[in-house]
Design a protein around this ligand. Structure first.
Ligand SMILES: NC(=O)c1ccc[n+]([C@@H]2O[C@H](COP(=O)([O-])OP(=O)(O)OC[C@H]3O[C@@H](n4cnc5c(N)ncnc54)[C@H](OP(=O)(O)O)[C@@H]3O)[C@@H](O)[C@H]2O)c1
Length: 221
């Protein structure tokens, strides 16, 4: 087994498992129903980890800051897998209040790489076509990212799920139903399609904050 960070997926999910209101929509609108206390729960997890990751598509659609704001605590290093480094140069992840790493591949144009470096972010190359987590995770571990929180979206979550790299899952269940056939859910990708291969979970905790059920799960290895 490779040296990899301890990986926790954290997500806000509707009762019908959706991450957002419709495909392509920012999840910020859906998350706006969360109360301050629920945000405190989310941000207290951020304050306990060394690194926080979201996929490049989430940066493009949600433009998150990925910082600790609702509780006291240190901002984790922001890590964004982005195979052609196609991330808006004015994105909030380039704010100066936390370090940022863009993980990319040989496909990324040089000008973009230079521009991103000038914005103060670091570049790590890992992979040929898409970002290769088998290369990336030991690099992150070696440089001190021992606890990594992954905040989606569906495609990135699937990458971690399919290789059985997830250690824990923490879900904020939004007390709403969004509906919709093609709306991203907690885990996207191809799916396991087999009872033998599916991830098996063990419940660790469940509690309610302001009417939002929180569930915390350990992934059986
Ligand atoms: N409710 C929540 O908690 C929550 C959290 C996060 C996101 N969301 C929602 O989820 C949606 C975005 O999810 P998404 O699944 O479309 O995108 P995503 O998982 O955020 O990002 C996927 C992108 O990451 C890049 N990538 C690099 N290496 C990859 C690899 N090995 N495997 C897969 N992707 C790789 C690709 O972009 P490139 O081709 O540019 O490399 C890919 O399109 C948005 O609507 C957002 O609002 C909700």
């Amino acid at each position: 087994m490779m040296n990899k960070p301890y990986i926790t997926i954290v997500s806000e999910v509707t009762v019908d498992g959706k991450l957002t209101l419709y495909r392509g929509a920012s999840s910020k609108e859906l998350m706006s129903i969360m109360t301050k206390e629920v945000y405190k729960y989310l941000h207290s997890i951020r304050a306990q980890v060394d690194g926080i990751m979201v996929g490049c598509e989430t940066v493009r659609t949600d433009d998150p800051s990925l910082t600790v704001r609702y509780v006291e605590g240190k901002n984790p290093t922001r890590i964004i897998p982005c195979s052609t480094a196609n991330v808006p140069f004015n994105a909030n992840i380039f704010s100066k209040d936390a370090p940022t790493i863009i993980v990319t591949t040989k496909r990324a144009p040089k000008e973009r790489i230079e521009k991103i470096k000038n914005l103060g972010a670091e570049i790590i190359f890992a992979g040929e076509d898409l970002v290769d987590f088998d290369i990336l995770l030991p690099i992150l571990y070696k440089r001190g990212i021992k606890k990594l929180m992954v905040e989606g979206g569906a495609s990135i979550n699937w990458e971690f799920a399919r290789k059985n790299y997830i250690d824990e899952i923490k879900i904020i269940h939004l007390p709403v139903i969004a509906g919709g056939e093609n709306v991203p859910t907690l885990i996207g990708g191809e799916g396991f399609k087999s009872l033998k291969k599916i991830l098996k979970l063990e419940i660790l905790n469940h509690f309610v904050i302001d009417g939002f059920l929180i569930t915390e799960w350990k992934v059986q290895k």
